[in-house]
Design a binder for this molecule. Sequence first.
Ligand SMILES: NC(=O)c1ccc[n+]([C@@H]2O[C@H](COP(=O)([O-])OP(=O)(O)OC[C@H]3O[C@@H](n4cnc5c(N)ncnc54)[C@H](OP(=O)(O)O)[C@@H]3O)[C@@H](O)[C@H]2O)c1
Length: 337
Amino acid sequence: MKEYSLALVGATGVVGREARKVLEEMKLPISKYVFFASSKSAGTKIEFMGKEYEVKELKEDSFDEGFDFAVFSAGGETSKKFSPIASSKGAIVVDNSSAFRMDKDVPLVVPEVNPEEIFRNHGIIANPNCSTIQAVVPLKVLDDKYKIKRIVYSTYQAVSGAGKNGIEDLESGIDGYVNNTKNELKKFPHQIFNNCLPDIDIAMESGYTKEEEKMINETRKILGKPDLAVTATCVRVPVFNSHSESINVEFENEFDLKELVESLKNSDGIRVQDNLENHEYPLATNATGHNEVFVGRIRRDFSVKSGINFWCVADNIRKGAATNALQIVKYIIEHME
Ligand SMILES: NC(=O)c1ccc[n+]([C@@H]2O[C@H](COP(=O)([O-])OP(=O)(O)OC[C@H]3O[C@@H](n4cnc5c(N)ncnc54)[C@H](OP(=O)(O)O)[C@@H]3O)[C@@H](O)[C@H]2O)c1
């Protein structure tokens, strides 16, 4: 079997670190790995698959040696500058940033939803936003069966979604509460400890945040429904990891609730946990460390003719970023020949 090579850009970040764990678990036929970061982390040593690797500084000639794959998790600016270089040197880029997601020529892929898009790439494949990925996995199943008419998202997003600095803001807030010290903020505009902030990414002219616009536009693109009615309110909550979402969906067609739940249970990448009497439903602490999307609290929305509410939780660093990106790599390897 052919052996591949992979460059991981942003290998020292929150997503990069998880990507190394997922790579160890996936056991892909990759025999050469190179880990890149900024000059700040260059030279640091990391343990990977029982071997020690030195982190290299990302430079314009970094891809000259040739890679089959380059997975980017180093922010939009780094992706914009270096992804085209990597792909021009022959690598298939899977990009975790929002730099290319809405480009017409760049597939936006969740392997359980639209794997057929992968081979329409021109060198760059975009990994969707974390909050969108976990939502579209169950939504695709529902759209195929009942034809979605409208979606209302309300998210409860973990601080790990804002990278290392987001995690440190919550840690500092907890420390401040316990030890009566000042809550130093590196990422958020207000203390996240003991608060919910309806303010993720930047403010847009529409009155929405960029995170909300990403969820709306990316959902339409991934489901292939450019005119779908979608709205979103995205909120950062003081949870370390795994995003939770309340999703309200209205359908064109009638449905049977039992059948609907069964179809979610029988779908790849979804785990249904739905027994309210026993207090069983998806929880952030349970989803963390897993690759699946957890779904529960599935119930009829009695305010419309045909619709449901459900609760959806996933590890935003895994399925929302690292796992999804590496599932794309895996899919390409398995379908290359
Ligand atoms: N966190 C999530 O839930 C999530 C989900 C989906 C997508 N994403 C996206 O994934 C990307 C990384 O997010 P993160 O949460 O892992 O951020 P992070 O924890 O802040 O890590 C950023 C990584 O990028 C590297 N980096 C920064 N500037 C660089 C440069 N000029 N050249 C090379 N490497 C550079 C950093 O290296 P140093 O160690 O040298 O600073 C670090 O490895 C972002 O685009 C983010 O939007 C994140």
